[in-house]
Design a protein around this ligand. Structure first.
Ligand code: SAM
Length: 445
């Protein structure tokens, strides 16, 4: 780094011992942004710096999907999308390495409503975290999948955007995450670079002609960054797309892509580069015959019951699995979803609706958080203490709850389901999402 940075070396070193800036990205579909902040991120209109770090876990707005806590450099993906794609068009987009979902929630928020976005994560435990974060984000034109990048091969040539935010040696996280320092070694760098190249080779195949590849890491070494970028141009035949960045943003432009150093930007170490696949976009072949799919369109009677919970039911296709669990995808995304489902066996719409039992929908947690939920569902507004009790899966202690299914809300944003039973209320917040932290930051259990 000393050789690369020259006279900037000391400033870089000093930044590594400073505390990292705190930032979050607001969910434009749910929340206008924090009333008090310490400036905006220059490259992402929804990004805000905070003067200090609150205990985010104890803020019900986080659990309502009002914002995502994301370090600021990573939000540059917003500027990369803006400069490389026509975001007013319907696009088919894929995040190949998506968990926990920082960049996926950003992408989902920038695509048009008639676009379709697949967020993929290969590691099962991380897939569940991804599902939680995207369910909270609440946008319905999203599916999540749990596959190795190589499994996407039958979908070659289809995607307008593929983000590959590859697992890396994490040099840019040294001041935030001591584990990143412990795990680093020159062998680890070489191992990561080779793995990234395998993932990138899969990513390149998936691009439609004219499609955009965004490759990013949170590390500084050239093996994992520019050398992989060079390979994308020289061996994989992609066109390098340089981005235009105002000098005052402090981003260092290298021979391929953009570098983020903590002494120059208010953010962590980060690298991002964009490429385009040459050629004009052709309409990909429709699959001749779809194999038996795990999710099937729901029978009319069940669909009618579930449809009453949706804002615009005619714009949604309702689906059902063999166990009777219902989910929904916008009609505009239906064809792309079925095509993807024919190739991938672990893909599901982010919008789970629940199950119909004895003529009644038992609503799923994701439905409460979705922007597709009907506005006419009964709700109860909780104050912060009640909301935290609700999120801990305790009795929220609300004096009056109407009978039946009711939304628990905080500052007008749904958190989840309760059921009023006359003299008491059942809390349907999912156990696996509940807050374990107590006031003062202590974690129970
Ligand atoms: N994009 C995420 C975000 O912004 O929140 C962070 C992604 S993280 C840098 C890289 C992800 O790649 C991890 O979730 C990791 O589990 C996943 N991963 C690990 N090995 C992989 C592989 N061989 N192929 C694809 N993804 C892999």
């Amino acid at each position: 780094m000393q050789a690369v940075l020259g006279v900037e070396w000391e400033a870089f070193q000093a930044a590594l011992s400073a505390s990292p800036p705190v930032s979050l990205r607001a969910n434009a579909a749910k929340w206008p942004g924090p009333a008090q902040h310490d400036g905006r991120t220059p490259w992402c209109p929804q990004g805000y710096y905070l003067a200090e770090r609150p205990v985010f876990t104890l803020d019900p707005l986080l659990h309502a999907g009002a914002y995502y806590v994301q370090e600021a450099s990573s939000m540059f993906v917003a500027e990369a999308l803006r400069q490389t794609l026509d975001l007013s068009r319907p696009l088919l987009a894929l995040d190949l390495a998506a968990a926990p979902g920082g960049k996926s929630t950003l992408i989902a928020g920038m695509l048009s409503a008639d676009s379709f976005f697949i967020a993929n994560e290969v590691i099962r435990s991380r897939y569940n975290i991804l599902r939680h974060n995207l369910a909270r984000w609440g946008l319905p034109n999203v599916a999540i999948s749990n596959h190795d990048p190589g499994d996407f091969a039958p979908l070659a040539g289809r995607f307008d955007l593929v983000l590959t935010d590859a697992p890396c040696s994490g040099e840019g996280l040294f001041r935030k995450d001591p584990d990143a320092i412990r795990e680093w070694s020159p062998q680890q760098v070489n191992f990561c670079a080779a793995r990234q190249r395998r993932i990138l080779a899969d990513a390149v195949r998936l691009l439609a002609p004219g499609g955009v590849l965004i490759y990013s890491t949170c590390t500084y070494n050239f093996e994992e960054n520019e050398e992989n970028a060079e390979w994308l141009q020289a061996e994989a035949g992609l066109e390098y797309v340089p981005l235009t960045v105002p000098r005052e943003w402090g981003i260092a432009e290298s021979r391929f892509g953009c570098r983020f150093y903590p002494h120059r930007v208010r953010g962590e170490g980060f690298y991002l580069v964009c490429f385009r696949k040459p050629g004009a976009k052709a309409t990909p072949d429709k699959p001749k015959r779809l194999p038996a799919l795990r999710l099937k369109p729901t029978a009319a009677k069940t669909a009618d019951i579930a449809a009453t919970w949706l804002k615009r039911p005619t714009e949604m296709r309702l689906l059902e699995d063999a166990a009777g669990r219902l989910s929904a995808i916008p009609v505009t995304a239906e064809e792309a979803f079925f095509t993807a489902s024919a190739a991938l066996y672990r893909i599901e719409p982010i919008l789970e609706l629940g199950e119909v039992k004895q003529g009644e929908l038992i609503p799923a947690p994701a439905l409460a958080l979705s922007t597709a939920l009907s506005d006419s569902i009964p709700s109860v507004d909780l104050d912060k203490t009640q909301a935290l009790r609700y999120l801990r899966k305790e009795d929220p202690q609300v004096p009056e709850v109407p009978r039946g299914w009711v939304l628990a809300r905080y500052q007008n944003l749904p958190l989840g389901w309760m059921k009023g039973l006359g003299n008491r209320v059942n809390n349907y917040f999912p156990k696996e999402w509940r807050i374990l932290m107590r006031e003062g930051g202590k974690v129970k259990g």
